[in-house]
Write a protein that binds this ligand. Structure first.
Ligand code: ZN
Length: 359
């Protein structure tokens, strides 16, 4: 085994175990497939992710509601897959980027799950409690518009401060961390003022946001892989998006890495996350190459997917490094990732919890 390099099992802090259909394709799939379809799909994607060397993931939003049970099935040893920390359904404002009824006929919309939507403080506390009742490990909050979502309201904030504060305070009351989807600086800063534990995407992070992150210790999860996907999708099938969504995708691709470059230089803590589901499953390790491209050292990029991610997930006592007393989660690759980070795209061996799952 001398020819191999061994690392702790990798952690992806931001995935969705749903398909990579998008635009009109995703809408049609949501309306035409049964829950069982999404469950089988999620199980397949979990296996793919484990084979890529990721022994732990955070699932940040699953509208079909199947990943909580997938988490439990994997933990029971019934299915191969990474250890899952699951956020259930993303909390969002009515009409916001986490509203699954966007673009759906009003007669059908009433039949779709809207428990994750909230407006006003009481409603936002209740939305969090409904997720807690389902057994989530953390809360995901969508505080700004999304690149993919079919609303023409841009990428600024979609919540008032009392609503965002109600979500974060209620989650923390139950010991749940809050991962906040935010692109616009107004949403990023609002989330941080309310006590967000991580900023997902963070596209338009500004000086104030960086200061707030340094003060609170919140992590940035850059999800750079999405930009690669947007470029590929726009080249392959631009017609499935509305003009507004196409423009948002082009813009996001053009500014990728700017926030990471600034945040990293100033010492903000970075945790690895791909947004797989938007980006392709199983290609998670391509994120490392992008992190290095936008300024990180290879060592710090690896740290983002091991020590840092373990701390963000609250599992630093069991994962993130190879030490006695921690779970035996490890991977092997054939070259030195400190010299060539791309070798992490070809994981030869995966051990999770002391058991070999890929060799
Ligand atoms: Zn996401």
């Amino acid at each position: 085994m001398r020819a191999y390099f061994v690392l702790p099992g990798l952690i992806d802090s931001h995935v969705h175990f749903n398909g990579t259909e998008s635009g009109k394709g995703a809408l049609l799939e949501r309306l035409s497939k049964d829950t069982a379809f999404f469950a089988y799909q999620a199980a397949t994607l979990a296996r793919l992710t484990l084979d890529a060397g990721f022994t732990t993931v955070r699932v940040l939003g699953n509208p079909a509601g199947v990943t909580l049970s997938l988490r439990d099935a994997i933990a029971a040893g019934a299915l191969p897959g990474p250890r899952i920390l699951d956020a259930g359904n993303s909390i969002a404002a009515t009409g916001g980027s986490g509203d699954v009824t966007l673009g759906v006929h009003s007669a059908l919309a009433g039949h779709m799950d809207q428990d994750n939507l909230c407006d006003g403080t009481e409603s936002c506390r209740r939305a969090v409690r409904l997720q807690v009742r389902r057994g989530v490990d953390l809360i995901k909050l969508k505080i700004t518009g999304g690149v993919n979502s079919r609303v023409a309201t841009g990428l600024g904030r979609q919540m008032f401060i009392d609503e965002a504060r109600a979500v974060v305070e209620t989650a923390h009351l139950y010991g749940k961390k809050v991962a906040v989807h935010a692109h616009g600086a107004d949403g990023i800063n609002l989330a941080l003022e309310c006590g967000a534990d991580s900023i997902e995407h963070g596209t338009l992070l500004d000086d104030q946001g960086i200061e707030l992150m340094l003060r609170s210790g919140a992590f940035l999860v850059p999800t750079l892989s999405t930009a690669t996907t947007y470029v590929e999708r726009l080249a392959n099938n631009p017609g499935i998006y509305t003009q507004g969504v196409r423009e948002k995708m082009e813009w996001r691709a053009s500014v990728t890495g700017q926030a990471l470059r600034q945040a990293y230089a100033r010492g903000v803590r970075i945790a690895f996350g791909t947004d797989a589901g938007v980006s392709p499953h199983g290609r998670n390790a391509e994120e490392f190459v992008l992190m290095v491209k936008y300024g990180m050292t290879t060592g710090d990029a690896i740290k983002a997917a091991t020590l840092n991610a373990a701390e963000l997930l609250g599992i630093a006592d069991e994962a993130g490094s190879l030490e006695p007393g921690k779970r035996a989660d490890l991977i092997a690759v054939s070259g030195n990732p400190l010299e060539d980070i791309a070798v992490l795209q070809h994981v030869l061996l995966v051990m999770k919890g002391g058991r070999i799952w890929k060799q």
